[in-house]
Design a protein around this ligand. Sequence first.
Ligand code: GCV
Length: 688
Amino acid sequence: MQHVEMESMTEQAYRCWLQYETILNKQEEAHYWSYVQTISLQKETLIGQAIKRELNLAVESMFGKTSTWQEDAQLVLTTVADKARLRKHGINQEEIAELNEEGYIIKEKDNQLIVVGASEKGLLYGVFHLLRLISQKQSLTDLTIQDAPQNQIRMLNQWDNIDGSIERGYSGQSIFYSNGTVTTDEKRLTDYARLLASVGINAISINNVNVWKEETHLISERYLTDVQRLEEIFQSYGVTVYLSINFASPIELGHLDTADPLDAGVQQWWKEKVAEIYSYMPRFGGFVVKADSEHRPGPFTYERDHADGANLLADALSPYNGMVIWRCFVYNCMQDWRDRKTDRARAAYDHFVPLDGRFRDNVVLQIKNGPMDFQVREPVSPLFGALQQTNQLLEFQITQEYLGQQKDLCYLVPMWKEVLQFDTKVQGEGSTVQSIVNGSLYQAKISGIAAVANSGDEQSWTGHTLAQANLFGYGRLTWNADLTAEEILHEWIVLTFGHEEKLKRVLSEMLLASWSIYENYTTPLGIGWMVNPNHHYGVNVDGYEYSRWGTYHFADREGLGVDRTRESGTAFVDQYAKENADRFNALDQCPDDLLLFFHHVPYTHRLKNGKTVIQHYYDSHFEGVTDVEWLISEWQSLKSLIDPYRYKNVAERLQLQLSNAREWRDQVNTYFLRKSGIPDADGRKMYE
Ligand code: GCV
């Protein structure tokens, strides 16, 4: 197929939520055009140019004509620095003073619109907000908006490798690298930066946290000129670039015989290395580090701890205001858990809580949302709340590693909301995870949220077109954690697919149900795993990478689940503040959806809904499959309302999801029937 033809077919998938659909209604067209026909923008800096490009593109696409850029205009774009203009438009300093430096004001008066950024970045976000309003057909008359992000760092982690592959990537190859080189497709990267900025993402690490041999060289002369090229693209959309580094770089690049953080030669090496990096990129963000985990090198080799390791890099970065983002995903993957006391879930807390207060100011610990590894349901990591004198970033995973790999539908915002709303209780009621990551609970100097990206070079960016909702939702939620999962979804649907009522209703029902559907046919009640080792897609009842020590769910003839209680189990519960610890520890108080995470129970244990665990397992697996059939018929009902490419893209994946769900149902149900010997109360056939 001709390239151009293919492009026009996939254009809507490619544009994601920046469709800028042509405005056909005459009245609406007149209303919005009256504001954008003339635009004034003071400075033409890098970000200023990006703003201008975006508005030109949007206006051209929505109105089929171009705006005139002139001094006196209907739409005034400016920043707080331009005091004279603010006075002229009656905007007083107090209104702006309330905003943080990424905030903005949008005001309409007498058919004139002004967008004031607290900084240039704030202005960029304000412009994207305005474009969102127009795309959603909201009236601009008498508008007053004052907005600023709640979380300071809103980051994406790319797990992209230089050979073009993406670890846990399900949307094609990398848009950053191919075959050992940094990409020259700047259009694609610019479009990515636009998508990110449009939802407020302001930081990105551009290579995998597993830094292999060649990737170690990204901080060397071999790649720095190319990295700088990428950095400039992202910088012009307000997105600061970070690199993941190999802790053993002094050995691998510097040919030293050690990477010991307390060695003077190693410290000097990092100082010089950082100076070199900043000579290429003065606005470089810093390093992301995975150390002493899954065979990556780290300070443990030298009998040093993680504060020593992180502080080494922090000292080198601090003259440039650079930051070390140090991951807490540290555990011994070879550990033997047969004593039923050793527990991977305990690892991050055990390693990092004793170090609280020892990290430099420019170190931020990045903590996965749960204590294990992005399972369909986990309790919140107990590090949140336990660390009180350390900067923290929460880590989510947008890419659906354990959640259906963008073949199965799973809208993740409801899950992320639960994490943010979890009350750690460490400082009494209201000590939510959100209050920790927005910096307010402990007055943290640096804080925020990071997430593993779900994007790649497929036309739809995310493989499954509906997985775009997760990238969009991640950005919107990290900007404003008070938005509901429904609000975010409605915005996304309208911006991505338009205004048709049926479409809005059906899509929103499908997506809002999708997480629990996925949970139902996989591992309900908090048990997790049971996926094929290594690639992590599809069912494998006893599957766990490091499973030489037996199953990970401890299912036997009598029951299943992991005993993490203080009396008879691993005592993981006691990593939480007392009130939560007691709740999780008590069988009758532990929420059912986490029951098997915390307790080993007989199959006949009764849940709060009155059902036995085994019956709940059977029922939810049958239901899960029926619900996927429902998803398919719902999607089919939208056929006439969606362009053929996106329709087919999703329809095909829903069929894959159905096979996956059936496989899960059949294997899980037969497995537990055989183990327990307890038949299904409804006498259903256990496999097809
Ligand atoms: C990048 C899990 C994933 C790995 C990933 C690791 C991490 O174990 O399966 O692919 O490595 O998490 O977060 O570092």
